[in-house]
Design a protein around this ligand. Structure first.
Ligand SMILES: [Zn+2]
Length: 279
């Protein structure tokens, strides 16, 4: 599933490619992905200009010139691929394609989704803050004003929670999923099943710093193409070679030579080194 670094990569690429462009047509192949009547969707979107491309948690926001915003959640397997007018299409672009946005300069965005869990919504831009408040999304971990103290405050709310699940819950902190929670906890040397109340202050500090470091590095490398994720240019992200534990069950730990394990926590899996991350 695309997490914060992947969605942020798409956001920053699209910002340079579509801001100022006018949408002249939309083709919808999978109507249930659009969470409003299609004629209303078309009426609002067609003819509008893209004013801004934003992100909150794992949700992309295309702010339009007419007071509305398109919200796009890629969920498990969504992709947004941009192609210029003369650029020839690749198989990737047409595979699992459910929605195409056409711009006045002939460029297009292909919204593809193999598993079809993603959604498209329209919200009035001035009501966006209310919408996100209702979703109860936690703070953005990379915002400068999200401090160690803020992290302590949110941790204290759930002393009984296990740290891995805590990090993945969007209502605690926004944007972290399976991949980066595994990597953050490995870097911090903390077992994924540790209870928050039992964490030592220096461990909490390491988790906090690991979170900022790993997410920033993953953005620089345009995310991890472990599954179906591609950037907005249809390319793979380059963070996979940096992964230390995620998807590495049975492989050797880089730090200690031990064997990486995988366990199930609440229907999700956690990868860790039992020697470097003790319970
Ligand atoms: Zn190890």
């Amino acid at each position: 599933m695309p997490e914060l670094p992947e969605v942020e990569t798409i956001r920053s690429q699209l910002r340079k490619l579509i801001v100022g462009k006018k949408i002249i047509r939309v083709d919808v192949g999978l109507p249930r992905m659009v969470k409003l009547p299609l004629d209303k969707f078309r009426k609002i979107v067609i003819g509008a200009e893209i004013k801004k491309v934003d992100r909150r948690a794992k949700i992309l926001i295309f702010e339009l010139s007419n007071g509305w915003s398109i919200l796009i959640h890629l969920k498990l397997s969504g992709r947004l691929i941009f192609r210029r007018k003369d650029e020839s299409l690749k198989d990737e672009d047409k595979k699992w394609n459910h929605l195409i946005y056409y711009f006045s300069d002939g460029s297009r965005i292909f919204h593809n989704d193999l598993r079809q869990f993603g959604y498209v919504k329209l919200i009035e831009t001035e009501k966006l803050a209310d919408f996100f408040q209702k979703e109860k999304l936690g703070p953005e971990p990379l915002e400068r004003n999200f401090t160690f103290n803020d992290f302590l405050v949110i941790l204290k709310r759930k002393p009984k929670a296990k740290i891995k699940q805590f990090l993945m819950d969007q209502q605690n902190i926004a944007g972290i999923g399976n991949i980066y929670s595994d990597e953050i906890l490995f870097l911090a040397g903390v077992h994924p099943l540790r209870k928050i109340a039992d964490l030592k202050p220096e461990e909490i500090k390491k988790i906090f710093e690991g979170m900022k470091k790993i997410l920033s590095e993953a953005i620089k490398l345009q995310g991890s193409s472990v599954d179906l994720y591609l950037t907005a240019l249809g390319e793979e992200g380059e963070y996979v070679p940096r992964l230390k534990v995620y998807g590495k069950e049975g492989e050797k730990c880089e730090k200690c030579g031990g064997v990486i394990k995988r366990i199930k926590i609440g229907g999700r899996s956690a990868h860790f080194c039992p020697k470097c991350q003790k319970l």
